[in-house]
Design a protein around this ligand. Structure first.
Ligand SMILES: NC(=O)c1ccc[n+]([C@@H]2O[C@H](COP(=O)([O-])OP(=O)(O)OC[C@H]3O[C@@H](n4cnc5c(N)ncnc54)[C@H](OP(=O)(O)O)[C@@H]3O)[C@@H](O)[C@H]2O)c1
Length: 282
């Protein structure tokens, strides 16, 4: 359980619980409300959503009804990848706060450097405008931290070149065998925390026999091994689950993978062969 409440510290001093609960593809309404309620009851204190997930309302409701003080839950949401203007950023942020029915979020992220339908295309000028709006949201106090997602090294360099407030987080696809090493190294060198989305490869890692062999060695499940692997690399995993047994199991991460096994796991081939890789990563 300790892994759930221990924190990383962002470059502005804000503490962020080391494991977040992902909510992508959980339908709005009962399913999201139940999943987030179960996650909070199991000990998660960090919830990851996005305007495009369409479930911010249910996330906010579960948080408010949990009885847990707001300042003890870390809430992240994201600006749609398609929004690439200053005013559009302010408008979408306001919509997210209204959906969540919260006064502030803990972390606001630009969901991607390009609209999904144009993945890989450069939007440098637009992203600089978006970032100015992100800075103004941060300075208003309605987001305690700001960052990006799916940004490769050139996308990060573009923002860092003239940012007044530098991004604090890059949330990227990151799982055993697919750790986007160039982005990760650049981000860590520039004091950005790397968050691992799809840390179980959206389920693609679950039946991998080679990962299973390592899990057996530690007497844990494949998801537990995969999440612990992310943590021991200094990265923040965001597992998603709706099954209450999965939600619970993913809180049991207080074991230690040996240095030798971490080396072996870091040399693993892509454990899932997942198809949605960022075309510009590297
Ligand atoms: N920024 C971005 O562009 C981006 C993109 C993708 C994801 N994300 C974030 O990252 C989060 C996680 O990624 P993801 O949604 O792709 O999924 P994931 O966490 O990689 O995998 C979720 C899948 O694994 C299963 N699972 C979870 N724990 C399990 C366990 N202990 N035993 C067996 N199966 C288990 C889940 O099943 P059940 O649901 O049936 O329990 C679900 O099918 C998202 O929800 C979202 O918050 C962000």
């Amino acid at each position: 359980m300790a892994s759930l409440t221990e924190t990383y510290v962002l470059k502005n001093g804000v503490e962020i619980p080391k494991v977040g609960f992902g909510t992508w593809q959980i339908p709005s309404g009962y399913a999201t409300y139940q999943a987030v309620t179960a996650a909070l009851a199991a000990g998660y204190r960090h919830i990851d959503t996005a305007l495009v997930y369409g479930n911010e309302g249910s996330v906010g409701q579960a948080i408010r009804n949990s009885g847990i003080p707001r300042d003890q839950i870390f809430v992240t949401t994201k600006l749609p990848a398609e929004t690439k203007t200053y005013q559009g950023t302010l408008d979408d942020f306001r919509n997210s706060l209204q959906n969540l029915d919260l006064d502030y979020v803990d972390l606001y992220l630009v969901h991607a450097p390009w609209p999904w339908a144009e993945a890989g295309r450069r939007y440098d000028q637009e992203n600089r405008q978006v970032w100015q709006a992100m800075e103004s949201i941060y300075q208003s106090g309605r987001a305690r931290a700001i960052g990006v997602s799916n940004f490769a090294v050139p996308d990060l360099e573009n923002i860092l070149a003239d940012a007044t407030v530098k991004p604090m987080v890059d949330q990227i696809q990151y799982y055993l065998g697919f750790t986007e090493p160039k982005i990760t190294r650049f981000a860590q060198d520039h004091d950005l925390l790397v968050e691992a989305y799809s840390p179980l490869a959206t389920g693609g890692i679950l039946n991998n026999p080679d990962v299973q062999a390592f899990a057996d060695k530690y007497g844990v499940s494949v998801p537990q091994l995969a999440l612990r692997f992310v943590l021991q690399n200094g990265v923040l995993p965001l597992p998603k689950a709706v099954n209450p047994a999965h939600i619970q199991a993913n809180t049991q991460l207080d074991f230690e993978i040996s240095v030798a096994d971490m080396q072996a796991l870091n040399a693993f081939p892509d454990a899932a062969g997942y198809f949605m890789h960022n075309p510009t990563q590297g």
